[in-house]
Design a protein around this ligand. Structure first.
Ligand code: ADP
Ligand code: MG
Ligand code: MG
Length: 877
C-alpha cells in the first residue's frame, strides 16, 4: 500500500517533492543530529489525493496518522489529550518551494480545558499555559475557521487595556483566562460550534486547513509570480511543541547565516525573549538583534553559531534558520536556503567559490537571471541626499531607492498604479493579503516588524525597496494618513524611501545610476566564459549603444530606424516625404532626411566599431507620423502649404482598419522604393566614411522587416544591392555588409529555404511572430490574456515568454529550412523575448547564434545564456 505519512527519521533533504521543503529539511536535520523536536510529515501526494477526493481526508490516511502519533508519543514521553502530561503539537505547512507567509501554521494543538490545567500544573506556570491556549484558539480560529484575526486582537486589547497591561509578557494568568473565555465565545458566535476539545479532531481539522491553504488566492498569486506549478501540493508537518514562551530563559528567533541584504559573511538575525512562533515576524514587539544573545546567554549563542555553520556547510548555501529556546535549551525548528537580494546572491555565490564550498558552475546557477537587472537600478543622488534631512528612520529591509505617493491599503495601491502613479505602500505591517499591492508598489514602508517581517522578506524577494519597523511614524490605515512628531502626511503625499539606509524623506529625490560591484564583474566573466549564445542589444542611438556596451553587449541586434524619424526637427521632412504626390517630390524630401540619417549611423558606428550592427529599414505604417485631429491638420496644411482638404483626403487615405497587418514593413519599401534607397545610401555612405576617416571596419547588416514571400525579398534585394554596390565600387573600398531579413510572419518560417536564397541572416521578430501565429493583436490582447491566465488556458503570457510549442515550432522549422539552403546562415532573435530567461534557454536549445534585448537586460541575457548551458533546476529558493 502506498505510504502517505513519514516520520522525521524516514525522510531526508532529497525528498522535497514528497515531503515539501520544510519536512525534508526537518527530517535531514533530525538525522544529522541537530536538536529538532520530533514529528512526522503528511506528503504532498496526500494533498493532491485530498483534492481528488473532493477535499476529504480518507480512512486509511487517518490510520497512518494515528500510527505516527503513537510513535511521537513514545519518543516524547507525552500523550495527546493526557490529563497529566499532555503532548502538544504544531501543524505546519510546507511545499516544495518555500512560500513565505503563504501557508498558515497552527501551534499548541492538543490544548483544551483539561489539558491546559495539566500543562499549568506540570510547568507550574498558569499564565504560560493560558497564553498557549489563547494562542491556539486564535490561530485555529483564524487559520482553520477563517475568523477575522482582528476580532481576536480587539478582545485581547480590550481585556489587557482594562487591566492596564502594556506588553503581552506582563499579562497574568487571570487575564489570560478571561481572554480564553472571550475567545471561545467569539469562536462559537462565528462558527456556530464550540471550540473542538478533542485533540485529534483539532489535528485533522488543521491538516485539512493546511491542504486548503494551497489554493487560497494569495498562494495562487505567489505561485504565478514565481512560476511555481499549481500541481505540486503542500505537505503537512506535525511536530511536538517546544516553548519559547515559558519565561525569561526562553525565546524564539530567526537568523541567516549571512546578511541577506548585502551578502556579508556574518550571522544576521533577531529574536524575542519569552515569545512564541510568529511573534518575531508579526511585528507585535520589536525584536532584539542576535548579537545581543551573546550578552544574554553566551553558551546558547555559541551553540547557535555552531549549528548555523554546520547547516551552511551541510547545505552549501546560506541558510535561513528558525529556532526556539526553551528553558535555556536550544531547538532548531526550520532551515532553508535563505532568500536574498540579488546583490547578496552575487556576493555569496562568488565568496562561496573562493571558500571552496561550491564550483563556479554551481555559483552561476545561484543567481536568478531575471533578477540581475535589479542591480542596475538607480539609487538616490548622494549629493542631494546630504542636503535633505530624513524625517524618520526605519530598518533597511530591502535595498534600492524610490519616491512616490503614499497609499495605505493594497487595494488603493492597485487602483492608483492603474492610473500610472508611482506609489509607496505604507502600512503598520504587511500580511499575505497585501501581496498584489506590494507587487504594484514602487516601495514599501512599515511602522512595525523587523528585518524578517513579512514586508521585509517579501520585498527582498521581489527586489523592491523596503523600509520596515519605522516606529517613529504612526500609521492610521483607516484614516489613510501617517504622522511623524505631530506632522501628518495624507494619502497622496510624496515621500522617498531608501531601503539601503532605512531613511525616509519628504518629497521626491532624484536618483542616480548604480555602481557595479567587483563581484558582479567577476561573476559575469564566469557567465561569459560559459555561454554559447552571443548577446546583442536593441539600440537606436549612440547613447543606448554606449549603455549596451557597458553592460556587455557584443553587437546591435536591432537598430530601429523609425525612432530616428520621429525626432522633432526631422518630422517636417518626414511628413513632406509621406505627403509627396509623386516619386520626384518624395525624392526631394528624402534628400533632406539623408544627411540626418547618415549622421545617426556614423554615431552608432563610432560607438560599436567592428561589432555587428543590424539595421532594420523603416517598419511602421506611415500614418503614425501624421496628426489626426483637425487643429493639428490645419496647422500642418499651413506649414506644408498644402490645401486642407487635400491633406485630409491624403490622411484618410493612409488610414487602415488593421494597421499592424497593413502597409508597413517591407511593404513600404516595395511601394516607396525611394525610402529603401535613401536608407541604404545612409547606411553605406556612413560606413564608407568611417572606414576612410577612422580606419574602422564597420559591419552593417541591412535587415528587411515583415517578409512573408521570397519574392518580396528578391525584389528589395535588387534595389538595395544596386545602390550599395555602386557606392562601394565608387568609394574604392572593399566594405562588406550583410543582407538579411526578419522572420516574423508565419509564412516566412514555412518558406524559409526560399527566403534564405537571398537572406544571409535571419532575425526572429517574435513579437510579430507571436501576434500573427495566435491572431492576437499585441496591442489589444492584454485583457484576453489576463483572462486566459486566470482560466488556466495560458500557463504563461506568450508575449512575455516564447510559446515553445507553437511559435517555437515555427522557429525550428525556419532554422532547419534556412540552414538547408544556406548552412552558414546567421541566426538571431530581436523580439522582447530576447531578454527573458526561459526564452533565452529555448534560443540556446534551438541553436541560435545570438539573442538581442534592451541594454538593461543584457546582463540578464548573459547569465541566462550561461545557465542554459547547464539546464539544472536553478529555482531552489
Ligand atoms: P512558516 O512557514 O510561515 O515559517 P512555520 O511552520 O515555520 O511557518 O511556523 C512558524 C513558527 O512557528 C516557527 O518559526 C516557530 O517559531 C513556530 N513553531 C512551529 N512549530 C513549532 C514547534 N513544534 N514548537 C515551537 N514552535 C514552533
Ligand atoms: Mg518557518
Ligand atoms: Mg516586427
Amino acid at each position: 500500500m502506498k505510504k502517505y505519512v513519514y516520520s522525521f527519521k524516514e525522510g531526508s533533504a532529497e525528498m522535497k517533492d514528497l515531503l515539501g521543503g520544510k519536512g525534508a529539511n526537518l527530517a535531514e536535520m533530525n538525522n544529522i543530529g541537530l536538536p529538532v523536536p520530533y514529528g512526522f510529515t503528511i506528503t504532498t501526494e496526500a494533498c493532491n489525493k485530498y483534492y481528488e477526493k473532493g477535499n476529504k481526508l480518507w480512512e486509511s490516511l487517518k490510520i497512518e496518522i494515528d500510527e505516527k502519533i503513537k510513535e511521537l508519543e513514545e519518543v516524547s514521553g507525552k500523550k495527546l489529550g493526557s490529563k497529566t502530561n499532555p503532548l502538544l503539537v504544531s501543524v505546519r505547512s510546507g511545499a516544495k518551494f518555500s512560500m513565505p507567509g503563504m501557508m498558515d501554521t497552527v501551534l499548541n494543538l492538543g490544548l483544551n480545558n483539561e489539558t491546559v490545567d495539566a500543562l499549568s500544573k506540570s510547568t507550574n506556570n498558569e499564565s504560560f499555559a493560558y497564553d498557549s491556549y489563547r494562542r491556539l484558539i486564535q490561530m485555529f480560529g483564524d487559520v482553520v475557521m477563517n475568523i477575522e484575526k482582528r476580532k481576536f486582537d480587539e478582545i485581547y486589547e480590550r481585556i489587557t487595556k482594562k487591566n492596564n497591561k502594556k506588553e503581552d509578557v506582563e499579562i497574568e494568568g487571570s487575564d489570560l483566562k478571561e481572554i480564553v473565555i472571550e475567545f471561545k465565545k467569539l469562536y462559537k458566535k462565528e462558527t456556530g460550534n464550540e471550540f473542538p476539545v478533542d485533540p485529534k479532531e483539532q489535528l485533522l481539522l488543521a491538516t485539512k486547513a493546511v491542504f486548503n491553504s494551497w489554493n487560497t488566492e494569495r498562494a495562487i498569486i505567489y505561485r504565478r509570480m514565481n512560476n511555481i506549478s499549481d500541481k505540486l501540493g503542500t505537505a503537512v508537518n506535525i511536530q511536538a511543541m517546544v516553548f519559547g514562551n515559558l519565561g525569561e530563559d526562553c525565546g524564539t528567533g530567526v537568523a541567516f547565516t549571512r546578511n541577506p541584504a548585502t551578502g556579508e559573511k556574518k550571522l544576521y538575525g533577531e529574536f524575542l525573549i519569552n515569545a512564541q512562533g510568529e511573534d518575531v515576524v508579526a511585528g507585535i514587539r520589536t525584536p532584539i538583534n542576535i548579537e545581543k544573545l551573546k550578552e544574554i546567554n553566551i553558551d546558547i549563542y555559541k551553540q547557535f553559531a555552531q549549528y548555523a555553520e554546520l547547516l551552511e556547510n551541510h547545505y552549501k548555501d546560506m541558510q535561513d534558520i528558525e529556532f526556539t529556546i526553551e528553558k535555556n535549551k536550544l531547538y532548531i525548528l526550520q532551515t532553508r536556503n535563505g532568500k536574498r537580494t540579488t546583490a547578496a546572491a552575487l556576493k555569496i555565490a562568488v565568496e562561496m567559490v573562493s571558500e571552496d564550498k561550491i564550483k563556479k558552475q554551481e555559483a552561476l546557477m545561484r543567481v536568478e537571471a531575471s533578477q540581475l537587472d535589479q542591480l542596475l537600478h538607480p539609487t538616490f543622488d548622494d549629493n542631494l541626499l546630504k542636503q535633505t534631512k530624513a524625517i524618520a528612520k526605519g530598518l533597511p529591509a530591502s535595498p534600492g531607492a524610490s519616491s512616490g505617493k503614499v497609499y495605505f491599503t493594497a487595494a488603493d495601491v492597485v487602483e492608483a498604479s492603474k492610473m500610472g502613479e508611482k506609489v509607496i505602500l505604507v502600512r503598520q505591517e504587511t500580511s499575505p493579503e497585501d501581496i498584489e499591492g506590494m507587487i504594484k508598489a514602487k516601495g514599501i514602508l512599515t511602522s512595525r516588524g523587523g528585518m524578517t517581517s513579512h514586508a521585509a522578506v517579501v520585498a527582498r524577494g521581489m527586489g523592491k525597496c523596503c523600509v520596515a519597523g519605522c516606529e517613529t511614524i504612526k500609521v492610521n490605515e483607516t484614516l489613510r494618513h501617517f504622522s511623524i512628531d505631530g506632522k501628518t502626511y495624507k494619502e497622496g503625499s510624496y515621500i522617498s524611501i531608501d531601503g539601503s539606509t532605512g531613511n525616509i524623506y519628504e518629497g521626491i529625490i532624484p536618483t542616480i545610476e548604480p555602481k557595479i560591484s567587483e563581484e558582479f564583474s567577476i561573476f559575469m566573466t564566469w557567465a561569459d566564459g560559459t555561454r554559447k549564445l552571443k548577446i546583442r542589444a536593441n539600440a537606436d542611438t549612440p547613447k543606448d549603444a554606449t549603455k549596451a556596451l557597458e553592460l556587455g553587449a557584443e553587437g546591435i541586434g536591432l537598430c530601429r530606424t523609425e525612432h530616428m524619424f520621429f525626432q522633432e526637427e526631422r518630422i517636417p521632412a518626414v511628413r513632406e516625404m509621406i505627403l509627396a504626390e509623386n516619386a520626384e517630390q518624395r525624392k526631394a524630401a528624402l534628400e533632406k532626411i539623408l544627411p540626418m540619417q547618415k549622421e545617426d549611423f556614423i554615431g552608432i558606428y563610432k560607438t560599436m566599431r567592428e561589432r555587428p550592427i543590424t539595421i532594420r529599414l523603416l517598419d511602421p505604417p506611415l500614418h503614425e507620423f501624421l496628426p489626426t485631429d483637425e487643429k493639428s491638420l490645419k496647422n500642418l496644411s499651413k506649414e506644408m502649404k498644402i490645401e486642407y482638404d487635400k491633406l485630409k483626403i491624403r490622411v484618410e487615405d493612409l488610414k487602415e482598419m488593421n494597421p499592424m497587418l497593413g502597409h508597413r514593413g517591407c511593404r513600404l519599401a516595395i511601394t516607396y522604393i525611394e525610402i529603401a534607397e535613401m536608407q541604404t545610401k545612409a547606411i553605406i555612405e556612413a560606413a564608407i566614411q568611417i572606414k576612410k576617416e577612422d580606419g574602422i571596419e564597420v559591419n552593417p547588416e541591412i535587415m528587411i522587416p515583415l517578409i512573408g514571400l521570397p519574392e518580396e525579398l528578391t525584389y528589395i534585394k535588387d534595389i538595395i544591392t544596386k545602390v550599395a554596390d555602386k557606392l562601394i565600387k565608387e568609394s574604392g573600398t572593399n566594405l562588406e555588409y550583410l543582407f538579411g531579413t526578419m522572420i516574423e510572419i508565419p509564412r516566412a518560417c514555412i518558406v524559409a529555404d526560399d527566403i534564405a536564397k537571398d537572406a544571409e541572416f535571419f532575425s526572429f521578430g517574435t513579437n510579430d511572430l507571436t501576434q500573427m501565429t495566435y491572431g492576437f493583436s499585441r496591442d489589444d490582447a492584454g485583457k484576453i490574456i489576463e483572462e486566459y491566465l486566470d482560466k488556466k488556458i495560458f500557463e504563461k503570457d506568450p508575449f512575455q515568454s516564447i510559446d515553445q510549442k507553437g511559435v517555437g515550432a515555427l522557429m525550428k522549422m525556419a532554422i532547419e529550412r534556412g540552414k538547408q539552403q544556406r548552412p552558414d546562415i546567421s541566426l538571431g532573435i530581436c523580439g522582447e523575448h530576447g531578454g527573458e530567461p526561459a526564452s533565452i534557454e529555448f534560443c540556446h536549445e534551438i541553436g541560435l547564434d545570438y539573442v538581442s534585448c534592451s541594454p538593461f537586460r543584457v546582463p540578464v541575457a548573459r547569465l541566462a545564456a550561461a545557465q542554459a548551458v547547464f539546464k539544472d533546476d536553478c529555482k531552489e529558493y
